[in-house]
Write a protein that binds this ligand. Structure first.
Ligand code: 5GP
Length: 189
């Protein structure tokens, strides 16, 4: 049987593009040789979000302490909140032969690309900007102010899509996940 190569995979795309839905499908369909990196954030949990599963929800003070102690592989302030990737978790999993998927926004993705040039980088884009706005509004999880901030960030993110190894358009979800699995298999086998 082919041996899996452990890779660090950066998965980025504007808020509302459907990254969470794609990943829920992806993780149901792939082997257990890849794990999701649970980030730390200072944003408040949404309804149904579980601490330690979706994020580690921590205070701004705790986050700043972790920055001081160099615990993040990358971190960024996005839409008024901090988000960061736990370096120790990533390194442990990779050394155990597991691939690790980071679902992170653009600033963090660029930091990881600098530090880990061997990372596989994937950008998810919407069919159109209007469709992105519809999806973001349709999920009813943000205030109008937060939606505006996220749409602003999205414009910047979309301009940087060509810095990634792979771009997937999330129009039909099944097709987008098929493409993601194809990339994963190609990169890790
Ligand atoms: P949300 O608040 O919608 O869960 O996430 C907002 C954005 O932050 C998304 O684009 C998500 O991918 C990104 N994000 C989640 N975790 C991290 C992280 O650890 N680092 C960075 N840089 N971005 C993250």
């Amino acid at each position: 049987m082919a041996k899996n190569k452990a890779k660090l995979i950066i998965f980025t795309g504007p808020s509302g593009v459907g990254k969470g839905t794609m990943l829920a499908d992806f993780f149901k369909r792939v082997n257990n040789k890849i794990v999701y990196s649970v980030s730390c954030t200072t944003r408040a949990p949404r309804d149904g979000e579980i601490n330690g599963m979706h994020y580690f929800f921590i205070s701004k003070n705790e986050f700043e302490q972790m920055i001081q102690e160099d615990e993040f592989l990358e971190h960024a302030c996005y839409s008024g909140n901090y988000y960061g990737t736990n370096k120790k978790f990533v390194d442990e999993k990779i050394s155990q032969g597991k691939s690790v998927l980071l679902e992170i926004e653009l600033q963090g993705a660029l930091q990881v690309m600098e530090k880990r040039p061997d990372a596989v980088t994937i950008f998810i884009k919407p069919p159109t900007f209007d469709e992105l706005e519809n999806r973001l509004r349709g999920r009813h999880t943000e205030t109008e102010e937060a939606i505006q901030k996220r749409l602003e960030a999205a414009k910047e993110e979309l301009k940087n899509a060509d810095k990634f190894h792979y771009t997937i358009e999330n129009d039909v979800i099944e097709k987008a996940v098929d493409e993601l699995i194809e990339i994963y298999n190609k990169e890790t086998n």
